[in-house]
Design a protein around this ligand. Sequence first.
Ligand SMILES: [Zn+2]
Length: 282
Amino acid sequence: MKSLREVLDWAEEKKVAIGHFNVSDSLGFKAVVETAKDLDVPVIVGVSEKERDFIGLEEVVALVKTARENNLNVFINADHTYSLERAMAAIDAGVDSIVVDGADKTFAENIALTKEVVSYARSKNTEIIVEGEIGFIGKSSKVIENLPDGVSLETQTNPEDAREFVKETGIDLLAPSVGNVHGIVKTGNPKLNIERIGEIHKAVGIPLVLHGGSGIADEDFRKAIKAGIRLIHINTEIRVAYKEGIEEGLKSSEIAPYQFLAKGVEEMKKVIRERLKLFNGL
Ligand SMILES: [Zn+2]
């Protein structure tokens, strides 16, 4: 069993990216863990503040710890956390990593919040990985008509800001804005700014995280990984697959939940499998 820090080092060495998949319930958890086990790759289960409230923070931490006792390299990330209070609660509950999201605050406010979380995390357990964000990429993981308001080429992360942000906060991972957005844009997701990813990676010297992976072309993913992305978040795509699968399952006359919900798990697994293969170069 490796720690998340060791797995990140391994990803850097292998030039691969670790898949991060958000879940809202134990079925999502099952789909992620069984697929990673099948492919024999490490994986991160993510829970945003609302997903945490639904599945239960202590409950999902316990699920991950149990899977880990069975020798699986699975980790739990408190995704997009907007306040110090919520960050402290997640750290106290035993998460492996936490995303501090101050991306729509001012640069100084973002640094201040992120710094506070880093210092709290370090005081609890130096193995906890803290991720910071700069550059706004939208907030909701759903299918959207157009690019979220406030996302444009001008809001992409500047390498100098990234360097200062990392130096000031002491974070372990950085999530920049490089053409990625949360959600699947009906008119097509923007192209990733691969050159910018490379510049930021060089400027900060820590692994980079790509949020809003749904809707990005395979070739863009490969180039992004080559340029320094070591962790990729997928949410919207598995939400869509889950819902469509359950809708299909409900069409049968089955009344046992493990029958009509199974189709949802199956559909999520298909998406997760393809993404994990791509991210791990399999
Ligand atoms: Zn995200």
